[in-house]
Design a protein around this ligand. Structure first.
Ligand code: ZN
Length: 90
């Protein structure tokens, strides 16, 4: 009848229900460090998430700049500034 094997919870409590180990830094931190303001639990702790984001940004810095310039052709600061500066100084 109901011989189904019970599903195991996805999250494993390594150091108790209120703590979790981050796979990136390997440290056991309180679960709040993994929780977003929206309530979702992330795989990495807050610090590692920040580090990963910064690393990603640094790696794709030029790419992001180019994309920004391409998406906002009118908001080119060098153009408007140069044009204004010329008119202002002369
Ligand atoms: Zn971490």
């Amino acid at each position: 009848m109901s011989a189904e094997t019970p599903r195991r919870p996805y999250h494993r409590h390594i150091e108790g229900p209120d703590a979790r180990r981050c796979p990136r830094c390997g440290e056991v931190k309180p679960i709040a460090t993994f929780t977003l303001p929206s309530g979702r639990v992330q795989g990495h702790c807050r610090e590692c998430r920040l580090a990963v984001t910064q690393e990603w940004r640094a790696r794709h810095h030029d790419e992001l700049l180019q994309r920004r310039r391409a998406s906002y052709p009118k908001a080119d600061p060098t153009r408007s500034y140069g044009a204004r500066n010329r008119q202002g100084t002369r």
